[in-house]
Design a protein around this ligand. Structure first.
Ligand code: PLP
Length: 474
């Protein structure tokens, strides 16, 4: 028998140990690999982390409580967590050229909460403590504390509207950020589908926000962060960027100059699991003057840090510092543009007419269907995407008129420009064959034989690009 490689040995052994306690969990883990291998994943926010990233998470670092920061913990015995977090911070700062990095957030939403409270502490709490001549909030009288709490609730935030591609955490009511801030949105120019910077400047002048948020979940273009910083400076706002979606493109040097948020924003948040290809988690980068406030993230809004995930973040940041990652990041955009081109030449309408980044937003309205119908029709045909609102969406945020597709995951698998054109063909074939069921925004008609045929074509297309080729579970 040929000798197994290290990855296969490690994952097989781990599954065996898990199986000895609860075989159904081992089965679900193994099945997830099979399912991912067979699926044409075009979800713009997903990726495939390396075996080293995955394995760094499965160990006893998870057992440690380590509230606090490096070298200043509320628990004894954190020397190894200190080492892990320091290495993650070292790689993160070097990767992004950031003066300060905080790698504890458990997710992107958590990273945004850390950032918002750092900004509020800097802009509201510190001046109030000074005004009342108190050192810390526990020293305030009840009346002073009540006044400060009122002031926290009176701050304004300007972020991208949801239908233009913003994220719920950018001040929308269903998220805690919408309950904390008085929010107003900026959107896109309906003629170009791109951010209307002049209108944004006008809104900022009139609304006078404390915080301007740049960044998005579903905007297919570059953002000029130099211009946004200029506007923030003009109105005295703190400029925050949520680069959760495109952090990999920043890390890989695809977004540079005015389009790299790190030198322009006061504070930048990210997830680590999307285009950055790391473990599920978050991080915050900031200018030195905000670092002390960012460090208060745990226990202010975060539970104890996840040392095993910080270990995996360190591995992912180290991987992203390799030259191959820049090639990968560039290929994400090349593939995204090829996919856009393939769709456009088949007559599909794209929001903004194309893409500068890792995602493409299809307007399915001309096909006479909703985003919800399109999403399910594509899924039935073996193509995994998600529905998304488009600017001024007539179908609202639930049914939508858009399909968001992204290339980070398939690029990790090795697919290139030729395959993108074939995928565009498959998507076009499904969308043009789908019709709405009478009176429904969710139900639709699609010939099952066609869906089946496309599903087989999708599987064939993936065959030369095995996922996790070094992992053989036997
Ligand atoms: N910020 C943006 C721009 C996102 O797109 C997302 C997730 O989709 C998040 C934050 C939240 O990330 P998480 O799911 O890790 O909390």
């Amino acid at each position: 028998m040929p000798e197994l490689n290290a990855e296969s040995t490690a994952f097989r052994a781990a599954l065996e140990v898990v199986r000895s306690v609860e075989p159904r969990i081992a089965d679900a883990i193994a099945q997830e690999l099979t399912d991912q291998r067979e699926s044409l994943k075009l979800i713009a926010s997903e990726n495939y982390a390396s075996p080293a990233v995955l394995l760094a998470m499965g160990n006893w670092l998870s057992d440690k409580y380590a509230e606090g920061t490096i070298g200043r913990r509320f628990y004894a015995g954190c020397q190894n967590v200190d080492a892990v977090e320091s290495i993650a911070v070292e790689h993160a700062k070097a990767l992004f050229g950031a003066p300060y990095a905080y790698v504890q957030p458990h997710s992107g939403i958590d990273a945004n909460l850390v950032a918002y409270w750092a900004i509020l502490a800097d802009r509201v709490e510190v001046p109030y403590l000074k005004k009342f001549e108190k050192r810390q909030i526990n020293d305030l009288t009840d009346a002073e504390w009540a006044e400060l709490r009122q002031a926290f609730g009176n701050q304004r935030l300007l972020g991208m509207s949801l239908d233009a591609g913003g994220h719920l955490t950018h001040g929308f009511r269903p998220n805690i950020s919408g309950k904390m801030f008085d929010q107003r949105s900026y959107g896109v120019d309906m003629a170009t589908g791109q951010i209307d910077y002049a209108a944004l400047r006008e809104t900022a002048r009139e609304f006078k926000p404390a915080v301007i948020v740049g960044g998005y979940s579903a905007y297919p273009r570059k953002v000029n962060f130099a211009t946004l910083r200029e506007i923030a400076d003009e109105v005295g706002a703190t400029f925050m960027v949520d680069m959760a979606h495109f952090a990999g493109l920043v890390a890989g040097g695809v977004f540079t100059g005015d389009f790299n948020p790190i030198p322009h924003a006061h504070i930048v948040t990210t997830t680590t699991h999307k285009s950055l290809r790391g473990p599920r988690g978050g991080a915050v980068f900031c200018q030195p003057e905000l670092s002390a406030q960012v460090d208060r993230g745990c226990p202010m809004v975060l539970g104890g840090p996840l040392p095993h995930v910080m270990a995996a973040k360190a591995i992912a940041f180290a991987e992203a510092r390799r030259p191959e990652f820049s090639t990968y990041a560039q290929q994400i955009v090349t593939n995204s543009q090829a996919l856009a081109e393939g769709l456009l030449k088949r007559g599909v309408r794209l929001v903004s007419g194309g893409t500068d980044n890792h995602l493409v937003l299809i307007d399915v309205h001309p096909f006479g269907i909703t985003g919800r119908q399109a999403e399910q029709a594509l899924l039935d045909s073996g193509i995994v995407t998600n529905r998304n609102a488009i600017p001024q969406d007539p179908n609202g945020a639930w049914y939508t008129s858009g399909i968001r597709i992204g290339t980070p995951a398939l690029t990790s698998r090795g697919l290139g420009v030729a395959e993108m054109d074939q995928i565009a063909e498959l998507i076009h074939n499904v969308l043009s064959a789908t019709t709405p069921a009478e009176g429904s925004k969710a139900k639709f008609n699609l010939d099952p034989a066609l869906a089946d045929r496309i599903s087989k074509q999708a599987t064939e297309l993936l065959a030369p690009f095995p996922l996790y080729p070094s992992v053989d579970l036997g």
